[in-house]
Write a protein that binds this ligand. Structure first.
Ligand code: IPE
Ligand code: IPE
Ligand code: MG
Length: 256
């Protein structure tokens, strides 16, 4: 298959994307909100393939937040069905492109057929190692930290763990994001400059790129521009005199 983009010399290792602006994009096109969400879902494949072609190993996408339940019921139902449908349509391609798919977030509130599709796609792609694609569904950074805290408290209560043994590493191992390195770069489309309860713990030293483009209109040219902007940043992690650029560090911290 023809790559969508030539690999970059220093791509970010882990990219997180807050895919915002579907509804406003639809409005600019004279389309319905549902059509905007559909265009947004289709756009995921284009961007994910380009990321892999540019050399990204981990891609984490925010698709549905714990706060998105507050939207009208018909929109929520449409979004959940769309997730299941898109997954079904894309699974062969994801498999072919050696993408390991996994979902983070509380899926217990989703209908059984959708949960089944999430589970099946995780099992079918579990052996792939080219691109690690994580999709956050009914995810919130606060939900993740709360669930981790509860697990840790349970272990203390049962006597498996002493409070003084709780450190950053231990907390990390109870988060849903425990298996992957922290994101190097987070891109948010749609013009807002906020985290909206995405990866609160993991973003401690993540670089941010905010785009005014709405998600379905976020072009590959802009994706490349975001990566180029990232590669020029100096990541100091609180230290002085760092001489390394962002991309050098992301290569060093990679552990897969
Ligand atoms: C992002 O698009 C999709 C989700 C949050 C599920 P929006 O529907 O939030 O689009 P805008 O931000 O209102 O334009
Ligand atoms: C963030 O978008 C969540 C996702 C993209 C899934 P929202 O549209 O929900 O964020 P706010 O409400 O503008 O903060
Ligand atoms: Mg929005």
């Amino acid at each position: 298959m023809q790559p969508l983009a030539d690999p970059l010399a220093d791509p970010p290792n882990h990219v997180a994307i807050i895919m915002d602006g579907n509804s406003r994009w639809a409005e600019t096109q004279g389309m319905s909100r549902d059509e905007g969400h559909r265009a947004g879902a289709q756009h995921v494949r284009t961007v994910a393939e380009a990321c892999a072609d540019l050399g990204v190993r981990y891609l984490t996408l925010f698709a549905f937040s714990t706060e998105n339940w507050q939207r009208p019921t018909d929109e929520v139902e449409f979004l959940i069905q769309l997730i299941g449908e898109t997954l079904e349509n894309e699974l062969d391609e994801l498999d072919e492109r050696e993408t390991q798919v996994r979902f983070i977030g509380d899926r217990s509130r989703f209908p059984l057929d959708v949960r089944q599709k999430l589970h099946d796609s995780e099992i079918r792609t579990a052996h792939h190692k080219k691109l690690f694609l994580t999709i956050a569904l009914n995810y919130g950074g606060r939900w993740d930290l709360t669930a981790a805290t509860r697990e840790i408290a349970e272990a203390v209560k049962l006597g498996y763990l002493a409070p003084e043994e709780i450190d950053e590493n231990l907390i990390q191992t109870h988060l849903s994001t425990r298996d992957h390195p922290a994101p190097d770069l987070c891109i948010r489309t749609g013009g807002e400059r906020r985290i909206s309860n995405f990866l609160l713990w993991d973003f401690a030293y993540t670089e941010f790129y905010f785009s005014d483009s709405f998600w379905p209109g976020f072009s590959l040219k802009e994706l490349r521009a975001a990566f180029e902007d990232y590669s020029k940043r100096q990541r100091r992690f609180g230290a002085r005199n760092a001489t390394m650029t962002a991309s050098t560090i992301s290569t060093i911290v990679e552990f897969h």
